[in-house]
Ligand binder design. Structure first.
Ligand code: FAD
Length: 414
């Protein structure tokens, strides 16, 4: 590789945000040179199936690529894979990769996502302890699975729950440990947490909340999880899904503002000249969080921020104001969420969870701010508009699942 590389747009990170930024730039007619420099050796691929269809061995990896190899060639997007950017020189408009090269940029798009948060406990680095973040993690898990009977999943967020669902479907004996009093505590209300806890237990998962872990134990390989209560849970394999730490050190070291993520403005510009940041690592003021500075970890957010940056680079006036949405698949349950429920003051249940089709509508100050819809695409589709318009609704009336949510839209329009 030439040591004097330079690109009009250099994208760091070949995940959802990075790939989408290049696609959106070419889509908008950008004719300058573009490269994606990525730490992984794979072409950009979809991450969500890693804890779903790919882990369940229901979808081949080749079907996860965001675009085929020809696309990147035809669109003249250079993929510089297997390279980690270790520093940014904002004065010189260049980045440095581990083991070289130095790459110049006109504009830099930082789309480096996050690294799995490690368990700060003895034994956390034993063989047999895995995160679920990239292909390498999941391939290692799948290679070990045939010899594994007992699995402990640490963390009751979406990734931990999805992995637990897959393992239980594969006939493994699964224990899931959550430190807080309920699963999904950071992202959903009590009704939804309770429903998923019950459903996992009904599928045979030993799901335990309020669990403190003392250490992971094993000689040469993990064999158990020691709880603070003293109990030792046998484990042939341990999954740690306790969140991510945004990969932003080189930007912060170069002087960009930020701490938990790098701070960006409505055009996704960092405080460094010509440097943008998007996706999981971008801390931004979000209108659905009343303007609070937050990070969102979703494909939607990465893709929509990529669009914002592409438009901005192409000279179009735009702002990132997309509606947050997310999905999760566990067993036969398709969850779709829209909006942000943080800070809600009322949660309204629509439908009977026992029917495995229901929704939870979150209200704040009488207005709809978010929905969690389980196997209920219609509520999701109408509810999305209620969230976007911040429509006021009466909790008792909303609870009548016989009434469609679009009625409230019609009422607003009248
Ligand atoms: P990523 O897609 O993580 O890409 C970042 C890339 O940058 C990585 O390839 C990384 O290796 C690379 N990188 C990091 N540092 C450097 C560096 N210094 N130099 C070069 N390259 C670097 N979201 C949903 O909306 N729905 C879901 O159902 C869902 N399920 C998920 C399941 C799993 C198992 C995981 C891990 C995530 C899931 N997500 C889901 C979240 C979603 O995948 C992320 O929000 C999305 O991938 C974020 O895109 P990104 O571009 O910010 O980061």
């Amino acid at each position: 590789m030439s040591q004097n590389l330079s690109y009009d747009v250099l994208i760091v990170g070949g995940g959802h945000g990075g790939a989408q930024a290049a696609i959106a730039l070419r889509g908008a007619g950008f004719e300058g040179s573009i490269a994606i420099v990525g730490r992984e050796t794979e072409m950009p691929y979809e991450r969500p199936p890693l804890s779903k269809e790919y882990l369940a061995q229901e979808r081949a990896f080749e079907r996860l690529y965001i675009r085929p190899a020809e696309y990147w060639r035809e669109k003249a997007v250079d993929l510089l894979l297997g390279r980690t950017v270790i520093s940014v020189d904002p004065q010189d408009h260049a980045v440095e990769c581990q083991d070289g090269p130095r790459i110049g940029y006109g504009k830099l798009i930082w789309a480096a996502g996050g690294d799995p948060r490690a368990l700060p406990l003895p034994g956390a680095d034993l063989p047999g302890v895995h995160a679920v973040r990239d292909r390498e993690d999941v391939d290692a898990i799948m290679a070990e699975l045939p010899g594994v009977a007992r699995i402990v999943v640490i963390g009751g967020g979406y990734i931990g729950l999805e992995a637990a669902a897959v393992f239980s479907k594969l006939g493994k004996q699964v224990t899931l440990l959550e430190a807080l009093p309920r699963v999904l505590a950071r992202v959903a209300g009590e009704e939804l947490s309770g429903f998923y806890e019950a459903d996992h237990r009904a599928h045979g998962v030993d799901l335990r909340v309020n669990q403190q872990i003392e250490a992971l134990e094993g000689e040469g390989r993990v064999s158990g999880v020691r709880l603070r209560s003293g109990e030792l849970l046998s484990a042939d394999l341990v999954i740690v899904g306790i969140g991510i730490i945004p990969c932003v050190e080189p930007l912060i070291a170069a002087g960009a503002e930020g701490s938990n993520g790098v701070l960006v403005d409505p055009q996704c510009r960092t405080t460094l000249p010509d440097v943008f940041a998007i996706g999981d690592c971008a801390a931004h003021a979000n209108r659905f969080a009343d303007g609070a500075v937050i990070r969102l970890e979703s494909v939607q957010n990465a893709n929509d921020m990529a669009q914002t940056v592409a438009k901005t680079i192409c000279g179009e006036e735009t702002e990132y104001a997309a509606t947050p949405w997310f999905w999760s698949n566990q067993y036969d349950l398709k969850l779709q969420t829209v909006g942000l429920s943080t800070g809600y003051d009322q949660a309204v249940l629509r439908g009977d969870p026992a029917s495995r089709k229901f929704s939870v509508v979150y209200l704040k100050g009488g207005k709809v701010v978010a929905l969690d819809c389980v196997n209920n695409a219609r509520d999701y589709s109408h509810g999305r508009k209620l969230v976007e318009l911040g429509i006021a609704a009466d909790a008792e009336e909303l609870a009548d699942a016989g009434r469609q949510l679009k009625e409230w839209l019609a009422a607003q329009a009248a």
